[in-house]
Design a binder for this molecule. Structure first.
Ligand code: C2E
Ligand code: MG
Ligand code: MG
Ligand code: MG
Length: 287
């Protein structure tokens, strides 16, 4: 209303589309400075084997360390980073952090654990992406097999032909490819067959209600059956209760991830966690 009246004074007192645009611009400018300033850090959340609860890999999740204001979760800034293109330099920096982390884990309980990094469509549409990745692996003396990329179904479906080419280049470097939030998009079986995909991650929304909702259980069962015939690895995301974990294990879901096992944490805490969960004879072995 205030906006249509067109008086500047009104804008100061009523939130309008302009205010949202200004806030967004400020966020973008803050990010632009925060990237070279090293304010974006990776936290890591374990993925565990369903049977043993042993760590099989970890997922890297970005946080913006805004000092006094604390850690900002990605949902608040990734969309702006994607729209502004800042996800390209940010994503490169995060991949570099992951490579450095793999190097640092040598000789620790986390040696050999793979890191899965989330990647946006915008990054994968960059012609140079695979070449930059190859360069990073070389510089940090990291094997491509130690990394996975998590992409979504919608990434497969944008400009599929070119995306297929890009993913094949990435596979050739040894990286694994996972489909994140699986079941929420519209990709078909033929997509999973045609693209070099290794893993599907069952979306948290199906896991959340699976104890009460039999249709969610059936959907998960269907994903597991399909994945067996396509020889894909399956990870269930967002496992929060013992009940969910035991039903998933009974159904034959091989890998689990969620707060029940561990929240995303900084590298030091992750190492502490790994030290107490790496030996089968450890007292607090099964959580
Ligand atoms: P995602 O890749 O599907 O990551 C899973 C999200 O679920 C994470 O939120 C994680 O903290 C949260 N989560 C894990 N276990 C549980 C659980 O048991 N219960 C509940 N309620 N939540 C759980 P987060 O870290 O806030 O990340 C949100 C999204 O932001 C990610 O979803 C991913 O799409 C995006 N994202 C995170 N890091 C990056 C990144 O480095 N690059 C890009 N492009 N996107 C990222
Ligand atoms: Mg993910
Ligand atoms: Mg997910
Ligand atoms: Mg998600």
């Amino acid at each position: 209303r205030a906006k249509r009246d067109g008086r500047n004074g009104f804008h100061l007192f009523s939130p309008s589309a302009d205010d949202a645009a200004i806030a967004r611009l400020k966020l973008e400018n803050d990010m632009r400075r925060a990237i070279p300033n090293g304010e974006f850090v990776l936290h890591y959340q374990p993925v565990v084997e369903a049977g043993t609860h042993r760590i099989s890999s970890v997922e890297a999740l970005v946080r913006w360390d805004r000092g006094e204001e604390g850690l900002v979760r990605p949902d608040l800034f990734i969309p702006v980073a994607e729209e502004s293109g800042l996800i390209v330099p940010l994503g490169e920096q995060l991949l570099e952090q992951a490579c450095r982390q793999l190097q640092r884990w040598r000789g620790t309980a986390l040696e050999g654990v793979r890191i899965a990094v989330n990647a946006s469509t915008v990054q994968l549409r960059e012609k140079e992406f695979a070449a930059k990745l190859a360069n990073l692996l070389e510089r940090y003396d990291v094997s491509g097999h130690q990394l996975e990329l998590e992409i979504t179904e919608s990434t497969l479906m944008t400009d599929s032909e070119r995306m297929l080419g890009m993913l094949e280049q990435i596979k050739a470097l040894g990286l694994g490819i996972s489909i994140d939030d699986f079941g929420t998009g519209y990709s078909s079986l033929s997509y999973l067959k045609r693209f070099p995909v290794d893993t599907v991650k069952v979306d948290r929304s199906f896991v959340r209600d699976m104890e009460e909702d039999s249709s969610d259980r059936e959907l998960i069962r269907a994903i597991l059956a399909m994945s067996r015939s396509l020889e894909l690895k399956v990870i269930a995301e967002g496992v929060e209760t013992e009940g969910q974990a035991s039903i998933l294990a009974e159904m034959g879901c091989p890998y689990l991830q969620g707060y029940l096992f561990a929240k995303p944490s900084d590298p030091a805490s992750l190492l502490t966690f790994a030290n107490s969960h790496s030996r089968p004879d450890s007292a607090n072995w099964v959580i």
